[in-house]
Design a protein around this ligand. Structure first.
Ligand SMILES: [Zn+2]
Length: 329
């Protein structure tokens, strides 16, 4: 599922089905704009969490994080709580949402479940210690061990998290902190300001075992960098990513009206087409043509293109056209 059937967002399916053979996602994307049903993404998160508990393999959480940030987070309208059925990732798509009583689909139901338990996979434990899998501000109270953990972070706007330990008596325990697969150079961990003398390996856990005292602080830095991922069957069709985040090009809301954003189906892009320009750029050295906009968090702008485009994380384009895949020559 995650390698042969999932798009870059972690989502899968098209029109509630798989329309082509495995690993032909570029071909599948051309068949319909009703891509990546939200139930599929949500249920894959449940399955991932279940499988993870058998092995504690951190790769499961690379997938989980990818799907959580890029598919699930944006699939709710923050103004009214309406959720999506399909998250379309065809060029120049826009989000369509269910309504309270005229369009209410399976995914609107799972959406209610999903957004009520965003906190249920941040931490896990075995007999001895705690696994920190996601960088989300939260508090953990492990009553049996008498230890509390407070995670302070604005991730992903800042690629860092801080764990503050609260324990009435000193407690010996390992913490296993997930070092994501996407992490760049210079990842590091500090305990009470002091650099931990192990270089973190992307896609693994960094384990710190010691006797923790009240107020101890663990700081984890996970620098992000820009990179691309191509369709398995089309090497020049690529998505742009920054850390775990799929970047979406912003194409404005001209021509969209309230009727067009009502589901259940995805956007009717064929009826309302918009040309997405190919990027005249290399899929390597993205830093040379994709620049962060100063003062705007996680916002980038292309340079040197026929028509330059601003890109932001996919969950941050609630009400306009966007593009996830590009032709990169
Ligand atoms: Zn559904």
């Amino acid at each position: 599922m995650t390698t042969a059937r999932a798009y870059v967002t972690g989502g899968t399916s098209n029109g509630e089905a798989w329309l082509v053979e495995p690993r032909r996602l570029g071909a599948e994307l051309k068949l319909s704009s009703d891509t990546t049903e939200c139930c599929c993404a949500y249920n894959m998160l449940k399955l991932t969490r279940h499988l993870y508990r058998w092995t504690a393999d951190p790769r499961y959480f690379d997938y989980y994080e990818r799907t959580l940030y890029n598919h699930r987070l944006g699939a709710i309208n923050l103004q009214n709580g309406h959720t999506q059925y399909y998250l379309s990732i065809v060029p120049a798509a826009w989000r369509t949402f269910g309504t309270e009583d005229l369009s209410f689909w399976c995914c609107n139901g799972t959406g209610v479940e999903d957004f009520s338990k965003l906190n249920n996979s941040i931490y896990f434990h075995d007999a001895e210690g705690i696994y920190v899998n996601l960088f989300i501000p939260s508090e953990l109270d492990w009553k049996e061990k008498g230890i509390r953990l407070r995670q302070e972070t604005v991730f992903p706007d800042s690629p860092q998290t801080i764990l503050v330990i609260e324990t009435p008596a000193p407690a010996h325990m390992p913490f296993h902190i997930r070092i994501p697969r996407w992490v760049g150079a210079n990842a590091s961990l500090r305990v009470n300001g002091e650099l931990f003398p192990v270089i973190p390996t992307p896609g693994s856990y960094l384990s710190v075992s010691r006797t923790w005292k009240q107020g101890d602080r663990v700081q984890v830095d996970v620098p992000m960098y820009l990179y691309t991922e191509s369709m398995p069957d089309e090497s020049t069709t690529r998505a742009l990513l920054y850390g775990p985040l799929v970047l979406a090009g912003k194409f404005g809301s001209d021509g969209l009206n309230e009727l067009m954003i009502v589901g259940p189906l995805g956007p009717d892009v064929k009826k309302h087409p918009l040309m997405v320009p190919p990027l005249q750029a290399s899929s390597k050295n993205l830093d040379s043509w994709l620049k962060p906009i100063p003062g705007e968090s996680l916002t980038f702008r292309t340079t040197g293109q026929e028509r330059d485009v601003t890109l932001v994380p996919l969950d941050r384009v609630p009400e306009e056209r966007y593009s996830v895949y590009w032709t990169v020559t």
